[in-house]
Write a protein that binds this ligand. Structure first.
Ligand SMILES: [Zn+2]
Ligand SMILES: [Zn+2]
Ligand SMILES: [Zn+2]
Ligand SMILES: [Zn+2]
Length: 160
């Protein structure tokens, strides 16, 4: 287990003997888990949420505590009936409902295709046009964190 230096300030394992939420004491069975959003340590039950947390530069689903999960700011599936970018109705033929993983707004699949090659965003993550612009501007700042994920082997051989 290594300490991550990027992202939130991670709570030290040694500083924590109880879950930050339910106060359950950690044992060999009740393991410590870091929330990737706030960096605090929780038991597996209290950190059993999985999601992206763009404002913390978490663009792929990661372990989150409940409060981070609820703080992510993603719109509910029925929050709007038309794409926030092109205004096409989600009920129309071929207009799929997707979430921009950066601003959390409901965007159609055509406006937010899976990204490829944005500096700070792993490929395959949907980002709306507005956010693509701001991420590109932010690219320099967050590039160091993107390195982590780009180390993964990118090319997938066809498995069919
Ligand atoms: Zn807990
Ligand atoms: Zn958290
Ligand atoms: Zn659209
Ligand atoms: Zn967006």
């Amino acid at each position: 287990m290594g300490q991550a230096n990027s992202g939130p300030h991670w709570q030290n394992d040694e500083d924590v003997s109880n879950c930050n939420k339910c106060q359950k004491p950690f044992t060999v069975v009740v393991r410590k888990h870091h929330c990737r959003g706030c960096g605090m340590i929780f038991c597996s039950d209290c950190s059993g949420f999985s999601g992206e947390f763009p404002s913390k530069h978490v663009f792929t689903p990661a372990r989150l505590c409940e409060s981070c999960y609820n703080k992510r700011g993603f719109e509910k599936h029925d929050a709007r009936s038309a794409c926030q970018s092109c205004n096409k109705d989600f009920g129309s033929e071929g207009v799929t409902k997707e979430l921009c993983r950066n601003c959390g707004k409901l965007t159609c699949g055509a406006c937010a295709p899976p990204s490829k090659g944005l500096p700070a965003v792993p490929s395959g993550v949907r980002i709306c046009p507005r956010c693509v612009t701001s991420i590109t501007e932010l690219g320099e700042v967050v590039r160091s964190e993107a390195k982590e994920s780009s180390r993964r082997f990118q090319r997938e051989s066809s498995s069919f």
